[in-house]
Design a protein around this ligand. Structure first.
Ligand code: HDD
Length: 701
């Protein structure tokens, strides 16, 4: 007999005769009146039977008169809204932004005025190409959209986990997106760029080369949303109280450091747990392990802009952190999951044009186009100009518009005043001092459709990115390009890509060509500007060089069997906990195992459901009998073999050796003995490196 969850007592208020419930974060949601235990229709009529339609006789036809059935099915039939045309698959969380020092010298933006002040935030992470139900670990850009509910209006910083973009002008957006989405005649492949249309477009679009290097790197297969950076991409402006402008680029830096998976792991994770990223965020927040990012700004003036090697309006270029150091100005903490996925994560509407006073746009042609596009898409998706009435989109500061009516208007004005100017004393007034002002940029020039010549160098920063990577990361880029182009069926497209790679790095072009069986190298692609090879390597561009300093927030998969050493399991648990990491137990049966001291240790996963790709490191604490049994099982052998192939640290008891042997493990310093508490500490300390990259040449990832 189900019991009522008394802990979930709802805090309700009544506004305009409407009952609203307060969510965990204080925001108000509409609800049915839950004071009644009786199931009702949407119009409040109590229902006597929700199991059977109204029929003429028990075996007779259903009667059209059954209004309850009609309403129920009608509503169900309309449950879906259009998914986002891009970034359809996403996952959101609430939190807050905490300002460090006042930035009044640069901006009048209210959010940056008072040190220590907290501003509510909602963040939605996403993949770009796949549909809403696609898998999490596609090779793809990740969206990193942040809505900051400031006291002077919502500020949406709608960024990605990559600091540059495929195209320089927004007019090309439908083309790049069409090319990566499933091909229109066949309707596949889903959530993948490894197909002819994408590489055809890319190989005909040299401006995309820098972005392509990022997308072929491990940045496009992050281990977790929690371990990736976010970038506002474009150059924006900060305006002080006198409207003086400073250019700015925004960067989110994860406190837990950067981490990605490897491609072979990604492919397997997608099968084992297609929700890997959303589950990771959910688990971390539910466990109270709140992820944090620092918001950093790169500030510069017109003089720097004029002297920089590239155009600061070109969204295919970044400003290396060695040239302008990012300054931390606050932190973002995600500490609460939405009460309802649809109401919040699905209905949240981000728009680049949502900026508060003190923040302004630059003339980046991609940003200008985005400012035009995002409003349209909200109307299409949410169906009404009143999408700002939804609690997730409404400002949390005082606001007062003279807009009225429209579909589903929920916030209806009271009183007589709905126009401006007016003679009545009530009603809002414009305020030149407090209100949003644009930077008074001098604009002139003929009306033309032209790409600025200062946007013409498409290869130099692509090369800089490549040479900034460790050898392991360079190898992954070569392998990713090979994999993607191996799925392209038209030889000329592959060759065209090699001709671009020759302008980026000859060695890379030769490796990929060789793996694709292209014996005769094509000529390098024509370049409007000779690619530079003098841009220095920048450590900030590598993931491995920016990994964590601890194993905090990571997860160890611990394989146990009956008869395992209970004391050792406890010691491992203590070492993991001390590091701030998580542990998940995997066993031959979901019921768990009976340890050597007779205690029952429950398991979270059965070996078939908990492959090692789901963990950052693995430990094997099994008995000799357990080892003998598990060595016969393919899933257990894969558990170990995959952890080895993915360069993970493996801690094990002596008794596990038969399983390790059967899995083909060759000893190295990442395969660690576990016999004492000191061994456990040594194991967890080794895990801080996340992977034993020195093993990679042996396993050939
Ligand atoms: Fe966009 C969604 C990020 C270029 C048009 N975009 C969308 C989202 C993110 C980005 C994170 C998902 C927001 C959410 O979670 O709801 N988009 C970017 C970045 C870009 C970019 C970082 C380049 C620097 N986008 C871009 C261009 C256009 C669009 C050039 C059109 C001219 N983007 C859209 C859109 C979407 C969108 C069609 C789909 C759903 C939505 O807006 O709300 O309007």
């Amino acid at each position: 007999m189900p019991t009522k969850d008394k802990s979930k007592k709802q805090d309700t208020v009544t506004i305009h005769d409407q009952k609203l419930v307060r969510g965990n974060g204080g925001e108000l949601h509409q609800i049915a009146d839950e004071t009644t235990d009786v199931l009702t229709t949407a119009h409040g009529v109590p229902i006597s039977d929700d199991q059977n339609t109204l029929k003429s006789g028990a075996r007779g036809p259903t009667l059209i008169e059954d209004f309850h059935f009609r309403e129920k099915i009608f509503h169900f039939d309309h449950e879906r809204i259009p998914e986002r045309v891009v970034h359809a698959r996403g996952y959101g969380a609430h939190g807050y932004f905490e300002t460090y020092d006042a930035l009044a010298k640069y901006t009048r933006a209210d959010i940056f005025q008072r040190p220590g002040e907290k501003t509510p935030a909602f963040v939605r992470f996403s993949t770009v190409a796949g549909s809403k139900g696609s898998f999490d670990l596609a090779r793809d850009v990740r969206g990193f959209a942040v809505k900051l509910y400031t006291q002077e209006g919502n500020w949406d910083l709608v960024g990605n986990n990559i600091p540059v973009f495929f195209i320089q002008d927004a007019i090309k957006f439908p083309d790049v997106i069409h090319s990566v989405k499933p091909e229109p005649d066949r309707g596949f492949p889903q959530a993948q760029s490894a197909h002819d249309n994408f590489w055809d477009f890319i190989s005909l679009t040299p401006e995309s080369m820098h972005m392509v290097m990022w997308v072929m790197s491990d940045r496009a297969i992050p281990r977790s949303f929690r371990f990736m950076e976010g970038f506002g991409v474009h150059t924006f402006r900060l305006l002080d109280a006198d409207d003086n402008s400073t250019f700015v680029k925004f960067i989110w830096k994860p406190k837990l450091g950067l981490q990605s998976v490897v491609w072979n792991e990604a492919v397997k994770i997608n099968g084992a747990d297609p929700d890997f990223h959303r589950r990771d965020l959910w688990d971390a927040i539910q466990a109270g392990d709140f992820p944090e990012w620092e918001l950093c700004v790169q500030l510069f003036d017109q003089e720097f802009a004029d002297s920089f090697d590239f155009d600061i309006l070109d969204p295919t270029k970044l400003i290396p952190e060695d040239i302008i150091e990012p300054i931390p100005v606050g932190r973002l903490v995600l500490d609460r999951m939405p009460d309802n996925f649809f109401a919040e994560t699905e209905q949240v509407a981000f728009m680049t044009q949502n900026v508060p006073p003190g923040i302004d746009f630059s003339n980046d042609p991609l940003l200008q186009g985005r400012n035009f596009s995002y409003l349209d898409t909200q109307i299409k998706r949410l169906g009404s100009t009143n999408f700002t009435h939804l609690p997730i989109n409404a400002p949390k500061c005082p606001f007062h518009t003279l807009q009225q009516d429209g579909h589903m208007a929920m916030r209806n004005p009271v009183g007589r005043v709905n126009y401006q100017p007016n003679s009545w004393e009530d009603g809002p007034r414009q305020d030149p001092k407090k209100g949003f002002r644009s930077y008074a940029d001098e604009v002139e020039g003929p009306k033309v459709r032209l790409r600025a010549e200062s946007f013409a160098d498409h290869y130099s920063q692509a090369r800089q990115f490549f040479v900034s990577q460790t050898v392991h990361e360079q190898d992954h880029i070569a392998r990713a390009l090979t994999f993607e182009l191996s799925k392209v069926e038209t030889p000329v497209i592959r060759e065209r890509m090699i001709s671009h790679l020759l302008n980026i790095d000859e060695g890379l072009a030769e490796t990929v060509a060789d793996k694709l069986g292209i014996t005769q190298l094509p000529k390098p692609a024509d370049a409007a500007i000779t690619p530079r090879d003098d841009l220095p390597a920048s450590d900030a561009l590598s993931i491995i060089k920016n990994g964590p300093k601890s194993f905090k927030g990571r997860k160890v998969g611990v394989l146990l069997s009956d008869g395992c050493d209970a004391a050792l399991v406890k010691k491992l648990e203590a070492a993991i906990k001390k590091e701030g990491a998580m542990m998940e137990i995997i066993a031959p049966k979901i019921g768990g195992v009976t340890a050597d001291d007779g205690s029952l240790i429950p398991a979270k996963q059965m070996i078939d459901g908990g492959p090692s790709v789901l963990y950052d490191a693995v430990a094997i604490i099994i008995s000799p009998e357990g080892a003998e049994q598990l060595a016969k099982e393919a899933t257990a052998r894969d558990f170990v073999a995959d952890a080895f192939a993915h360069c993970k640290f493996i801690g094990h008891v002596d008794a596990a050796q038969p399983l390790l042997d059967k899995a083909g493990i060759e000893p190295d310093e990442g395969i660690m003995q576990m016999a004492s508490a000191a061994d456990m500490t040594a194991f967890i300390e080794a895990c801080r490196d996340l992977r034993l990259w020195a093993r990679e040449p042996k396993v050939k990832l």
